[in-house]
Design a protein around this ligand. Sequence first.
Ligand SMILES: *[C@@H]1O[C@H](CO)[C@@H](O)[C@H](O)[C@H]1NC(C)=O
Ligand SMILES: *[C@@H]1O[C@H](CO)[C@@H](O)[C@H](O)[C@H]1NC(C)=O
Ligand SMILES: *[C@@H]1O[C@H](CO)[C@@H](O)[C@H](O)[C@H]1NC(C)=O
Length: 458
Amino acid sequence: MLPLNILQYLFLLFLLVGNVSGVGVNYGTIGNNLPSPKKVAQLLQSTLIDKVKIYDTNPAILEAFSNTGIDLIVAVENDLVANISGDPSTAEEWFTSRVSPFIPATSIVAIAVGNEFLTTSEQLDPTTLAPAMQNIHSVLIARGLDRKIKVTTPHSMAVLSSSFPPSTSTFAPNLVPTMTSIVEFLAETGAPFMVNAYPYFAYRDNPSRIDLQYALLGNSSGVSDPKGFKYTNMLDAQIDAVRSAINAIGFGNRTVDIAISESGWPSKGEPGDMAATPENARTYNTRLIERGDSNRGTPMRPKDSIEVFVFALFNENKKEGGASERNFGLFNGDGSKVYEVDLSCKFCSVTEGKLGFGERVSGGPRGASVWCVAKPHADEKVLQAVLDFCCGPGGVDCREVYGSGACFEPNKLHAHASYAMNAYYQMHGRNYWNCDFKGTGLVTFSDPSYGACRYPQQ
Ligand SMILES: *[C@@H]1O[C@H](CO)[C@@H](O)[C@H](O)[C@H]1NC(C)=O
Ligand SMILES: *[C@@H]1O[C@H](CO)[C@@H](O)[C@H](O)[C@H]1NC(C)=O
Ligand SMILES: *[C@@H]1O[C@H](CO)[C@@H](O)[C@H](O)[C@H]1NC(C)=O
């Protein structure tokens, strides 16, 4: 067990921040010197990285991440989108052969349909994207997996016709019909709008006009938007530009979360690229990780925290394009760090071990034992609403807290709500936002079970 003072500390911390966040990373594999997926899974278990996004459904990776407590986002490759779009049975087949064999041991929480599908140079039909997402979603509904596994698609910033000033940004006119279908789908299914955003490229191509600190997620003196928002860094401005474009197609009062599916900074570029240095990469990625691990929003939506996937886990030596493309990694192929960046997990391991391949890390696998309960002095009105929600539309089986159930006693709203909140949290993939419940939920490391009343774990 953890010493009491640590528990108290964690408890206070959760009380203060309200939820636990984590950081995602993109695990690309276009290299001939990369470690085995098993080694990668081991490495990541000792870090604050709790979500891994891949670009396919590589079975070795899906297998390696089973029972690790790390969530995976898998992808439908661009060249499969048209076929899946045209034929529901192709979607079914894809899911059955690529994903089904690995769940639930591997926690797959999202399927990215295509990558930058609407803006790649390949000849791809934009009208196939939304129906492909819908067909995959239908497969999930049929299997009762649609709550656990979200369907989305990562875009590049090039889907915007302009990104500045952020409040006036819109999607490129030719993409509006497709974007409208996609955003509608995301709003209905509760999936995030994913965008790949790289202040690095903007700075690299315009170093004399852009403040380096503004690009590096620093505290630049700021850029003002005509609507009064003030931006101290470019990534925030990019996120709000996407927000405005979404609002402009008429979804202003519906919630669509924005997630940064890729962002990063290379440690090396072409000769003459002054931006791509290990120092800048370290600065950007350190701040990006800090940002992903915090609950901060953007000037337009200060309270909506932004999920972040760092690009990328490894330098990929076989990637095409300029030198920077092969140097976005936090790690080299041999598992050593490209530069010093702190990935230690403040929540999942008491003793911080040294990170890196071949070094033993103390502390067990992260995420194995974690529950969600109601905060001690949570507002009863909210708790009642939460209980009604969980046991109704939330889909929790609440028989244990009724009548003769093992968790009926103590017959207290707080206890019943805790049970339902935990069941909901476990069922929905244990994302920190699944234990928010309007600020009444609390993530805990001690098992709230008592007597015959067992709080389920994922
Ligand atoms: C898509 O379907 C067509 C027709 O069945 C097939 O010829 C083609 O190989 C498929 N494409 C992919 C990428 O599987
Ligand atoms: C920016 O300033 C805020 C408030 O002064 C501070 O909390 C934060 O750490 C600074 N961020 C960076 C990246 O310097
Ligand atoms: C959203 O906005 C539209 C148009 O302004 C309005 O008709 C609708 O009632 C609003 N919906 C909600 C849920 O607020």
